[in-house]
Design a protein around this ligand. Structure first.
Ligand SMILES: Nc1ncnc2c1ncn2[C@@H]1O[C@H](COP(=O)(O)OP(=O)(O)OP(=O)(O)O)[C@@H](O)[C@H]1O
Ligand SMILES: [Mg+2]
Length: 372
């Protein structure tokens, strides 16, 4: 996959940008706060319909302006596609695929596959379960749009069920009425939740196999990395729906007491361990970095296998965080990908042994990109 054209109007600090990137590595370099991350954020926005750093779309519009536009053309195995995002202050964003308006943001999933590497990836192993669920949800969604739709419906049903569990709502109803109303949402949660758990288990299984292999290579055979799905609802040998139903029905009293739904895939986690010990608690900084890199590289590998073509890579500020061995692993993995790499200066790349003579490099300055 390859972004052929990127066009921005009043996006962040870009007033107007027209970029025709190369098919391999593209370097965006410049001082702090000039717009490097903003540029990769725009590509990310076209892949997921949302920013990787803010849930508030209004922040993406240049300050003082009432709207913004991001558009790109991507060449895929299936032909050329265009993705456009139109933002208007105070209105819902509009997404267009090949000029046709999307009714639902999920339609965008998988049109442009992107893997983003950033220093925050460390949170994948260092952070809490919510970080890992976020990773799972994003990556699975771009693999399988059906997952995204199931997740959206699950979250909606969960919000409705939790609204019924709030003390004010509980007080307003008889015990029987409450249980009857909860039951409606329980049924939806069980069907959708089981589907989500099933898909997560499969995805993590595939990811784990690749991550173990890659990590062995990057660590020179010294460490073994294991990823394992750690679902909140344990199947206990039976079916997923049955197990989730048992947890929901058995937990009603507790849910009412606490005022929210205690069991379900919204409490899932992924266990990440190195040679048997949890990376989160026992790993050194370096080990955590390598583990995070292995997980992201596995995502890249899995997308490549599944799609039959490599995704587009966004590498924001990551090079300086990696030692030579890990840099090499990254460069090797991205040999056939189009990538956008941001850094402060070209010196680091030259030091990493990169021959810059044939690599498009753009100097980023105050919301402009100039080819050098
Ligand atoms: N909505 C907006 N309107 C105008 N300018 C904005 C908007 N949002 C962010 N900016 C500006 O964009 C700049 C930050 O851009 P960005 O995060 O891309 O920097 P960067 O080049 O990646 O820097 P660093 O090297 O520190 O990561 C800041 O100067 C910020 O004020
Ligand atoms: Mg930045």
């Amino acid at each position: 996959m390859q972004v052929e054209r990127l066009k921005l109007n009043y996006f962040r600090n870009y007033e107007s940008l027209r970029l025709a990137p190369g098919g391999g590595l593209n370097v965006i370099f410049g001082e702090n706060a000039q717009g490097k991350t903003n540029a990769v954020e725009a590509v990310f926005l076209c892949a997921f319909g949302r920013s990787h750093r803010t849930p508030r779309d209004a922040e993406l519009i240049s300050s003082g302006m009432s709207g913004a536009y991001v558009g790109l053309d991507v060449m895929t195995r299936a032909g050329s596609r265009s993705v456009e995002v139109k933002l208007r202050d105070g209105e819902r964003k509009q997404l267009f695929i090949d000029k046709a308006a999307c009714e639902r943001s999920g339609e965008l999933m998988g049109v442009l596959n992107v893997v983003m590497f950033s220093p925050e990836d460390l949170e994948l192993v260092k952070g809490g379960p919510a970080e890992r669920r976020r990773f799972l949800d994003m990556e699975l969604s771009q693999f399988r749009p059906a997952y995204y739709f199931a997740l959206q419906r699950y979250n909606k049903a969960l919000r409705e069920r939790n609204a019924l569990l709030r003390p004010e709502a509980v007080k307003e109803r008889t015990g029987e009425a409450l249980r009857r109303e909860l039951y409606v949402w329980d049924e939806q949660l069980i069907t959708l939740g089981a589907d989500i758990m099933q898909r997560r288990a499969e995805f993590i299984g595939k990811l784990a196999a690749i991550a173990a292999r890659l990590h062995r290579e990057i660590s020179g055979g010294r460490e073994s990395l294991a990823l394992a799905y750690d679902p909140n609802v344990k199947p206990n040998g039976g079916g997923l729906e049955e197990a989730f139903a048992d947890a929901l029905y058995g937990g009603v009293a507790e849910d009412i007491r606490r005022g929210y739904t205690n069991s379900g895939p919204h409490r899932d986690d992924v266990a990440v361990s190195l040679s048997g010990g949890s990376v989160r608690t026992f790993g050194s900084q370096g080990q955590q970095r390598t583990a995070a890199l292995s997980v992201k590289l596995s995502e890249l590998e899995l997308l490549r296998e599944d799609r039959g073509e490599p995704p587009v890579l966004l590498l924001d500020d990551v090079l300086s965080e990696l030692d030579e061995l890990r840099q090499r692993a990254l460069f090797e993995a991205m040999h056939d990908c189009q990538s956008f790499l941001t850094c402060v200066s070209l010196e680091g790349l030259k030091r990493a042994g990169m021959d810059m003579s044939n690599i498009p490099a753009f100097l980023c300055k105050n919301g402009t990109l100039t080819a050098v």
